[in-house]
Write a protein that binds this ligand. Structure first.
Ligand SMILES: Nc1ncnc2c1ncn2[C@@H]1O[C@H](COP(=O)(O)OP(=O)(O)OP(=O)(O)O)[C@@H](O)[C@H]1O
Length: 572
């Protein structure tokens, strides 16, 4: 809901546009010049409205706003620097106003138009060297008036910003972020000391803070690399361990890198669940995009399943595997059914399942997440994304995406747990390389299954019963017809009784949904830890070999709908 910010915006104009209210934000999507998508403001077109007043920093809290047209009005005051932190912003036009103060530096992804007009922009108000403000008496008077007005407006803007951010974030004071140095603001070269806490308690870090935390993004700190960047371990000043994902140079990649960055923030800012990775904050500096997550000390599931010794790990016991599977099922079920907006992960795989100190799992990497269509419906993706081996047949062939796409991928992960083999292993023969296709033929054969199990398991009779149950579930999750695959809730119910500490999922969700309002960053990380105890569109080439992945060789898939026919799925 953008109501609070819209009211602040209405109050910053004198008078506001004709049908805008300064007392009620009801129906703000219907206000003149406002366009919304899913109830969130996406375009504000207030061009030529004769507006007098200032640009409210509250605009910065409209996190879905893409375009702002404030040109050809009579606005005074400065352009709030907070606007440069807006992750969704692509265009801002403030030309032909009477704005003063510093010219803010927007990221390269934002088209910033401030000329013609705004003759005093770039000069501090009242500067005697400013054209038109010479030593004449009238010039001096004008300059003093401008200066007083600017100070008053800046103060008003500052008060509005404090109130709006406080109200939206329900964080009583930024200073409550104990020991976290979020100085130097968003890292636009200015040495800001104010901390910024944005929607959902997400912290806006300065690049300098993250640079220090990661030892200047040193090679020794690298935790892994994916298709869109490198992840570094880091330690904040208060000793909080974090993982920092440094996106590849955004100007060098297509829009999709930006989309991934935006999607992670949009989803993870709203989601708090013990089995979903916690996003602590982010940083934007020119073309630099950084995401800051809670640190997961035991790496990703793939590293523990496939050649664990290579990563310095012992093989997982069966009990650990089932517990991890249940954690993942809980996390994905939450995403599908309980999160504020039902979503599809679309890139579930063992390298996106991260493990904490206690070997409990969290689902990560939400860059490809997509809002799910209403129950029973589906949408067709024109830009497919995911990783070979985990891709559901209907998704690969026709782009049909439902939550069952994640169920299929989950089934593939279960098969990796059973066999200790990669979902797609190019080293093997064609019949064996695609794990789901190969194992599906064996999975229901109680005599043959023991032969293909991960050799490190050595199950006794009781464990074997559990293995058969999980194998059956894996087969069910990966059936060819999406409608015959179960919902994630079913997987939770199958796996729950197999582990000791089973609790009904809805009870768990209730506890976990509680967002950590008013908690310090350190407390939030600690809480997430405690809770743990219980692509860019690449059309050429169509297949991008993701040889940087820490799980070894994988093949990422990105292609446009017109190229669907070029791809031969392995299971046909
Ligand atoms: N919060 C974290 N804590 C610890 N390690 C992490 C964290 N996030 C990521 N990693 C490590 O960094 C690796 C790379 O992560 P990233 O999300 O960039 O790529 P990926 O998921 O492996 O591949 P892709 O993004 O191409 O799908 C992960 O596989 C994991 O080992």
């Amino acid at each position: 809901d953008d109501g609070v910010a819209m009211l602040a915006l209405a109050k910053s104009f004198r008078p506001p546009p004709i049908d805008w209210s300064t007392t009620s934000s009801n129906n703000y999507c219907q206000w003149t010049g406002i366009s919304c998508i899913s109830g969130r403001v996406s375009i504000a077109n207030l061009e030529k409205h004769g507006l007098v007043g200032f640009i409210s920093p509250a605009i910065a809290t409209l996190t879905s706003l893409k375009k702002i047209y404030l040109n050809n009005n009579k606005l005074t005051g400065n352009i709030p620097k907070e606007l440069t932190f807006m992750i969704s912003l692509r265009l801002i036009d403030v030309s032909n106003n009477n704005l003063t103060g510093k010219i803010p530096k927007f990221p390269a992804s934002v088209k910033f138009i401030y000329k013609p007009g705004n003759f005093l922009l770039g000069f501090s108000a009242g500067d005697s060297t400013t054209p038109g403000f010479g030593a004449s008496a009238s010039g001096l008077k004008a300059s003093v008036i401008t200066c007083v007005i600017t100070i008053l407006l800046a103060f008003l803007g500052w008060v509005t910003q404090k109130c709006v951010l406080k109200k939206r974030n329900r964080v009583s004071s930024p200073t409550e972020i104990e020991g976290v140095d979020v100085s130097s603001g968003g890292g636009h070269g200015e040495n800001r000391r104010d901390p910024y806490v944005l929607e959902g308690g997400i912290v806006l870090f300065s690049v300098e803070v993250l640079r220090e935390a990661t030892n200047d993004f040193s090679v020794e700190n690298i935790l892994g690399s994916g298709g869109f960047g490198t992840v570094y371990s880091g330690k904040l000043e208060d000793e909080t361990k974090v993982a920092v994902k440094r996106m590849m140079n955004v100007s060098a990649m297509s829009d999709n890198g930006m989309k991934q960055f935006d999607a992670e923030i949009a989803v993870l800012a709203k989601v708090r669940h013990r089995h979903v990775i916690g996003l602590l904050g982010y940083s934007v500096n020119g073309d630099e995009r950084l995401l800051v997550y809670e640190h997961m000390s035991q790496g990703n599931l793939g590293q523990h399943l496939i050649e664990p010794a290579r990563h310095g790990y012992s093989p997982l016991t069966w009990e650990q595997r089932v517990r991890i599977a249940l954690d993942v099922a809980h996390g994905v079920e939450y995403l599908h059914s309980f999160a504020p907006q039902s979503s599809i992960h679309r890139d579930l795989k063992s390298s996106n399942i991260l493990l904490g100190d206690d070997m409990r799992a969290k689902v990560a990497d939400f860059g490809l997440v997509k809002v799910a269509a209403a129950d029973g419906n589906y949408s067709v993706d024109h830009e497919l994304a995911g990783t070979f081996g985990y891709l559901a047949p209907e998704y690969g062939t026709s782009g049909i995406s439902t939550t069952k796409v994640d169920v299929y991928a989950f089934g593939a992960v279960l098969m990796e747990m059973l066999t200790g083999r990669k979902a797609l292993d190019k080293e093997l023969s064609v019949e064996k390389s695609h794990l789901v296709t190969w194992l599906s033929k064996i999975i229901n054969n109680k005599d043959k299954l023991p032969e293909v199990l991960d050799q490190t398991l050595k199950p006794d009779e009781q464990t074997m019963e559990s293995i058969y149950r999980v194998a059956e579930l894996a087969g069910h999750c990966t059936v060819r017809e999406a409608e015959h695959r179960p919902h994630m809730g079913y997987a939770v119910n199958v796996l729950g009784p197999l582990v000791e500490t089973w609790k009904p999922s809805c009870e768990e969700e209730k506890e976990s949904l509680e967002i950590d309002k008013g908690m310090s960053l350190r407390q939030r990380v600690q809480r997430w830890k405690n809770e743990g105890t219980s692509s860019s569109m690449i059309s050429e080439p169509l297949l991008e070999k993701d040889n940087k992945s820490s799980t070894g060789e994988e093949w990422k898939l990105f292609f446009e709908d017109d190229s669907l026919g070029h791809w031969e799925p392995l299971w046909t």
